[in-house]
Design a protein around this ligand. Structure first.
Ligand code: ADP
Length: 402
């Protein structure tokens, strides 16, 4: 792989015990390195990586209890050892940040003030933002010569109007405490909306699409004239669709019932709603959509119910965005489930038949394995599968500051 005269961005996505990394050319989208450090701060901390798209996957144990700094040090000193071409090609570091509140609607260059704002946003993303800060601080120390840029999951949704982002709660909860809907997966919704506009042959600024990002976390977005005007996730990623282990929309009184009548602690309720619900809760077996569709094929009743609920709730959300958008140019499926599950797409299109969707079975079949493509017949309302690329959007956001 010739990397001379190359300009690349190191993209980092830090979770509480994980650190995903990639080195990407922001113009061509070429990925030179991708990898993941897992079980950070635990005895079994480890790191795996691969050069290029088809390089051999390599793995190493990190020192027991290794943290984000240790993982990044390993990346710089071991993984990139002897790869001065790649190290020298770096022009910026792009950090994914889940929630930037109302402070950021664009990527921002990190300085100490910005770090303080991310700290201020911790109550809005208590699981994610502290982990992002660990990664940002470690990376700023290790890659001190490079500009560090934050790219927010929430930024794309900052164009939502109050009628879409407010909860019907007392005013002070919003004005004094920031309780509102922020939405997530913004980089993915933006990317596939842009690609859909390209496929439709029209400018993004004149394109209306409904984008469904369906992975372990899942959200739908109504994009009007290229801008997000509504989305299914809320103040946190718990609202909206049924997900791998998250419940999505439920009656909030269920929380009182669990606490008052069943004696759950709030910590237990949080655990149930975030980690034991969704596909896992209903199937009783798995949060993995492949396991669900396999269960459907084998006639497992719980898996069938989980599949039915996932598709029905998704189709209802999509239908509601016809109210938000008026005219819909296309529906887009993306994310691990959206890109790969022909069975799910087929069911959702069937449920959306009243809106003019007619599945093209061959197109739907052909969209597997990362190909994407149009999955509806000529004369039907249009639906596409478009593989997402959040890392590329982050790399491009960061490259602007190089
Ligand atoms: P994350 O939100 O963690 O980034 P992904 O976008 O990678 O998640 O999506 C993970 C989901 O995609 C899992 O539920 C997985 O089962 C599902 N998935 C991956 N491949 C397939 C497939 N071939 N058929 C159905 N579902 C799939």
């Amino acid at each position: 792989m010739d990397t001379s005269n190359n300009q690349t961005v190191l993209v980092l996505n830090c979770g509480s015990s994980s650190l995903k990394f990639a080195i990407i050319n922001p113009e061509s989208g070429q990925q030179y390195l991708s990898g993941l450090a897992e079980a950070l701060t635990l005895p079994e901390a480890q790191i795996s990586w691969r050069f290029g798209d088809d390089g051999e996957k390599q793995k190493a144990a990190l020192a027991a209890g290794a943290d984000h700094t240790a993982a990044l040090t390993f990346l710089e000193e071991q993984v990139l050892h002897g790869r001065h071409d790649l190290l020298d090609s770096l022009i910026a570091v792009g950090h994914r940040v889940v929630n930037g509140g109302e402070f950021y609607s664009e990527p921002v260059l990190v300085d100490d003030e910005v770090e303080k704002v991310i700290e201020k946003c911790i109550p809005l993303a208590p699981l994610h933002n502290p982990a992002h800060l660990l990664g940002i601080r470690a990376a700023r120390r290790l890659f001190a010569a490079l500009p560090h840029v934050l790219v927010f999951d929430t930024a794309f949704h900052q164009t939502m109007a109050p009628a879409a982002f407010r909860y019907a709660l007392p005013d002070e909860l919003y004005h004094q405490h920031g309780v509102r809907r922020y939405g997530m997966h913004g980089t993915s919704h933006y990317y596939v909306a842009l690609k859909a506009a390209e496929q439709l042959g029209q400018p993004l600024e004149e394109t209306n699409v409904i984008t469904a990002h369906l992975g372990n976390g899942a959200s739908v977005c109504a994009v009007k004239n290229g801008k997000s005007i509504d989305t299914s996730m809320g103040m946190t990623p718990l609202e909206g669709l049924m997900m791998g282990t998250r419940c999505g929309n439920v009656d909030p009184s269920i929380v009182f019932f669990m606490v008052d009548e069943l004696g759950y602690t709030l910590e237990q309720v949080k655990d149930v709603l975030n980690k034991k619900s969704g596909l896992l809760g209903i199937s009783g077996k798995t949060s993995d959509f492949r396991g669900i569709t396999q269960g459907v094929e084998e006639g497992d009743e719980k898996a069938i119910l989980a599949f039915d609920m996932f598709c029905y709730r998704l189709a209802k959300f999509i239908a509601s965005y016809y109210v938000s958008l008026g005219r819909v140019d296309a529906l887009v499926f993306t994310g691990g489930i959206g890109e790969n599950s022909m069975m799910m797409r087929s069911r959702v299109l069937e449920l959306l038949a009243p809106f003019g969707y007619i599945e093209d079975t061959k197109g739907n079949e052909a969209a597997r394995f990362g190909n994407g493509g149009l999955i509806t017949q000529a004369g039907s309302a249009k639906a596409f599968v478009i593989p997402t690329n959040e890392e590329l959007v982050i790399a491009q956001g960061a490259a602007r500051f190089a």
